[in-house]
Write a protein that binds this ligand. Sequence first.
Ligand code: WT7
Length: 637
Amino acid sequence: MSYPYQIKSSEEYRSAYEASVSDPEGFWAGIAAHFSWRRKWDKVLEWNFSDPDVKWFTGGQLNITENCLDRHLAERGDQPAIIWEPNDPGEDYRILTYKELHFKVCQFAQVLKNNGAKKGDRVCIYMPMVPELAIAVLACARIGVIHSVVFGGFSAQSIADRIQDAGCTLVITADGAFRGNKDIPLKSVIDDALVQCPTIRRVIVLTRTRVPVSMIKGRDTWWEDEIRKVETQGNPACPAEVMDAEDMLFILYTSGSTGKPKGVVHTCAGYMVFANYSFVNVFQYQPGDVYFCTADIGWITGHSYIVYGPLSAGATTLLFEGIPTFPDAGRFWDIVDKFKVNILYTAPTAIRSLMGFGLDFVKNKDLSSLKVLGTVGEPINEEAWHWYHEQIGKGRCPIVDTWWQTETGGILISNLAGVTPGKPAHATLPLPGVQPLLVDEKGEELHGNNVSGNLCIKFPWPSIIRTTYGDHDRCRTTYFATYPGLYFTGDGALRDEQGNYRITGRVDDVLNVSGHRIGTAEVENAINMHTGVVESAVVGYPHDIKGQGIYAYVIFNGNKTDEASIRKDITQTVARIIGPIAKPDKIQLVSGLPKTRSGKIMRRILRKIAEGELQNLGDTSTLLDPAVVEEIKGGKL
Ligand code: WT7
């Protein structure tokens, strides 16, 4: 497969960028022509940001799995599509060629049909990082079923909320998951969740860890048994459902500044075109390269850059079940060495953590296959950037610092590996088709360079969020109402003298903990579920490895045992309600919170104290009870 739209020089970048701004429709029509369509589009783009209403390639029909699988069969059917490395390095790895992946996707799509799934239904996927997860995702897309993948670190309650919100009818899960030296009982978590989910008619369970599970008669069935049934049906070919360009492809839940996560909706054609275009250009993928993205498919990074982007480009994508520190902190480098990985895409938090383990885990690993390194999820600090560049890339590999969001579907701001210059800690320049701008608090555009403000985008790109599932107005108020006529990212950014963007972090009440988005309100709600908790306030603070840590101030009047067990109880409550990823790092018990006379918590003050900034707390004169600030300062952890 060749990529005629792969940008090869800075000049080509500039001309592509200009074309994408002066004639966006012509530009994207030119890219979209390189995909397989069942019917060509009538209109490239219709949009307004006030409803919002954005439609790309209307009238066009296609199936994303034909673009990810079928169209590669003739030319590269025997090439590895997925390389899978298990959690335990002693277990055999697996390789699925494009032919094999195509076969298995069709087979499992037939399983879904046999179990009553049909176009437009929503299916929840809660699985370990095994090839069957990618197969399940693609099988849904094959028959027009909308997938909602929930990351394996979320609790039963979080799963139930997501299943209810989307009205899912079927769950695909596994008995359990291996993560490092832990076994996670996925099926048992699902069983707890489903007590509250009457819409679920069927649960398909893959065998992975072989922990005992309870199978509910009439509801639960084993993946392997279902496959055998399809085999006895003689493996009927499972034709791809013909989808309209703007039919929903998937829902992915993400946290915002309110307590309830929202279901970000992406649609078929625009998402596919942009995931592919950004993959090919940012990473400069060459046919035959082995590409390794360390994210979990449960996050948008996994959707766009493990599954859809790479597979639509006919790439070889490596899927790793485990964690960076198991069996030791050299695991990523062992994998790079073992499979001669050419492109490695990971998160700053992983780099910082591995950096902390020292160079013993890097030396004696052959990393000479690496050509391109990437980061995503949070700002990368210069120290981690240099370590990655020198110790892993040996000074020869460009690093792409890719800025984007669940809502953007694909990378919007990044250098293009080896094509446009990188700069430590800067995402640098927008991709063609992306028109960012910075605004001040009032929404006035900040022109020129050397400015900082709130990051917005003024024109739609093909994989922009279409709606928040079941609540379109929430999509409008969250992203399109703060600055009318603009998409607001929720991030702050600087633009340097060359026009490079540096993302400084969220400007709303959203935390970024190890590259995972967590709403402060969500954590507060979870803490407040504990019977002894009167009230709580959660803020972020700088954390050496995680980027941000979670600091909770809690008013507690329950049974006064010792503080350590109160903290432990509260932490357990959060793990139960949201999942282990949202556990507070610090819990300070306080007798009151700094509130204004109207009852609003002054988070600014709490944030400063959590950051260790005890002096310049700003104006505290509007506080109802200024004395509480002194108490909180005194008890800072
Ligand atoms: C938020 C989006 C997009 C995949 C992973 C996270 C932060 C993301 C960068 C980067 C600085 C970044 C932003 C953004 N972020 N990439 N390269 N530099 N910050 O997806 O969970 O939707 O979170 O992650 O704050 O808004 P997400």
